[in-house]
Design a protein around this ligand. Structure first.
Ligand code: FMN
Length: 199
């Protein structure tokens, strides 16, 4: 390598190092901002049958550097189960008959649940309310000394009474205002929500 190339390579390496340092600083500032929004340890809990809410929950957890817990039914919903146009499908039957809606979960209480001060519960809207497995999670836990932030995804419906209903079957905790995201929530959608919950 001649001297000119060496100089160019050194300058390039220096530029790349500066860009990397700036990137790390920006990321840590972003985390700091998000930690200011929610003080204390945060757990993102989600149920998702078709991955939209999973995508939202993972993005939120990343922004807060938070732990994540998936609500998993013992009997998972198949595509046929989710076909609300078929009156004989599992969801249609659960919709028709409230007694069928208590869905058993693989695990009800997240590890070290007591250690969290904030619990973000993300769920899809099913016929205007929270997807049924979320009720099983809420009934099965106590939320003493926790702030609960309900967030939902839906095709078009609003939050409706979904969060109010979950609060009514819960034990303890302070339920904060709920928020509705579209199916394909983006990072900037989440930032808009964060502004609404900022202290
Ligand atoms: C059984 C069922 C009922 C639904 N009901 C509604 C509804 O009432 N309003 C609405 O806007 N979307 C409704 N949807 C669409 C979902 O809320 C939306 O696709 C959501 O983002 C799905 O989340 P997921 O992919 O995490 O399961 C329904 C979907 C299913 C499967």
């Amino acid at each position: 390598m001649n001297t000119k190339n060496k100089v160019i390579m050194t300058i390039l390496a220096a530029v790349m190092a500066i860009v990397a340092v700036i990137g790390i600083r920006l990321k840590s500032n972003e985390n700091k901002v998000n930690q200011d929004v929610l003080s204390g340890k945060t757990l993102v809990v989600y149920f998702s049958a078709q991955n939209h809410t999973k995508n939202l929950a993972e993005q939120i957890a990343k922004k807060f550097d938070a732990d994540i817990f998936e609500i998993v039914p013992q009997e998972k919903y198949t595509d046929d189960d989710l076909n609300y146009n078929d009156k004989n499908s599992r969801v249609s039957k659960e919709h028709e008959d409230e007694a069928r809606r208590h869905v058993l979960l693989e695990k009800v209480v997240p590890d070290n649940f007591d250690s969290y001060e904030n619990v973000i519960i993300a769920y899809p809207i099913w016929w205007g309310i929270a997807a049924y497995p979320v009720s099983s999670f809420v009934i099965g836990n106590t939320f003493d000394n926790k702030n609960i932030y309900p967030v939902c995804t839906s095709a078009s419906s609003g939050l409706g009474d979904s969060a109010k209903n979950l609060k009514s079957i819960s034990s303890g905790g302070t339920w904060r205002e709920g928020y509705r995201f579209s199916e394909d929530a983006t990072s900037s959608d989440i930032d808009i929500w964060l502004k609404t919950i900022s202290k």
